[in-house]
Ligand binder design. Sequence first.
Ligand SMILES: [Zn+2]
Length: 404
Amino acid sequence: MTSCRLCGSADLVSVVDLGSTPPCELFLTAGQLDEPEVTYPLHLRVCTNCWLAQIPSLITPEETFTEYAYFASFSASWVEHARAFVADAVERLKPSFVVEVASNDGYLLQHVVERGVRCLGIEPSANVGQAAKDKGVPTVTEFLTPETGAAVRAEHGPADLVVANNVYAHIPDLIGFTEGLRALVADDGWVSIEVQHLLTLMELNQYDTIYHEHFQYYTVASAQRALASGGLSLVDVELLPTHGGSIRLWARPEGVAGEVSDNVARVLTREKTAGLHDLSGYADFAARVARVRRDLLRFLIAVADEGGTVVGYGAPGKGNTLLNHCGIRQDLLAYTVDRNPYKHGRYTPGTRIPIVAPERIAQDRPDYVLVLPWNLREELSAQLSYIHEWGGRLVFPIPHLEVV
Ligand SMILES: [Zn+2]
C-alpha cells in the first residue's frame, strides 16, 4: 500500500500486522479441506496526514457482496435498533422520501414503509435484496457510486434522509461512495451513517474486528474529512454501543450544514486525548495485541496440559481474525458452535476448526467455553449460564483474558 485512499499522502505508518489470513467469511466444506486456501496480508496502517486507519483493498466488494449470506433480520436486537432509529428520525425530520444504502433484507426500511413514508433501498446483493422486496420494500440492485446515486436521484427524486449503516468501512472507493451519498441527498437533506469507532477499537483491544472486508476504521476526525471529500459536512455525532462501540454521524450538504454540535467537539477531544490525532495513541497497540494473543495461548495450553476441554461459542467473522492470528487449531479448541445452520458441518477458514450446532455443548459438558462474539457478552452470559451446572466457565479473550 503506497498511498492513503482518502488524502493520497504516502506517509502511512504501521499500527499492527496480523499476518496473512483467508477472507473471514469463507467457511470451508469437508470437501475443501484437502484443497489449498488463499490468504491475504492483514496489515493495519494509519495515515499521518488525515489519520484514516486502513488496510489495502485486496478483496473487492463485488467478490464479497454480489451473492451474500448475511441477512440482517436474523438479529432481533439489530432489527429493534433499526426500528428505534426510524421512529426517532421520522418523528424529528419528517422526511417524505428515505433512501437506505446497503439496505440488506429491508430490516430498517420495513419500519419506514409501516409509517407510510416513501422509501427505496439500494442493495448490491440480489438474493438479499429480493428478501426486502418480498417484504414490500422497494429495492434496486446496485453498488453506490456517483453515477448510480445520480441515476436514482433522476428517477426517484432527491432523498430527505439517506441512511448508510455498517457499510462505510466496507467500500474501498470511499470518496466515490461519499459522492454517491451527496448525489442521493436533497440539497437541504440529511445523511445518517453508522460505523465502528476506532476509539473503542483501540481502547478495548478489539483487533479482531480488523478483517479484509473492513477497508478503513474511523475516528470522528477522519470521518469528518471523508465526508468533506464528497461535499458533505458533519453536524452531529452519537456514540452507540453496537459492534463494541460505533458512531452515528449526521451530515448535511455543505452550505446548509451550519455549526457543528457540542457532541462533535466532545468526541474529538476524547480522540485527541487518546492520542489518535497524532502517533502516540497508535504506538503501543501492536504490543497490546501481542499480549492478548500470549495470554489466550498460555491459558489454552495450560488447560490442554491438564487434560481439560475447551470449545468455542460462535463462528463470527471476527472470530476468524482472532483464531488465525493466535494460531489456534483443534488441539486447543475442539470445535465451535454456531446458531446459523449454514455453518454446521463447515470449518473455520485457515484454522479448520469444525462448526457444530449449539446443543453439542450440553451433551459434552466442556470445562471452558471460549466466547468469540464478545460484543454480545451480556446476552451470551445469560444464554450460556447452564454450563455452570457442571462447573463449566466462560472465557472472554478481549479486551483482555477473563475466565468467569
Ligand atoms: Zn490520508
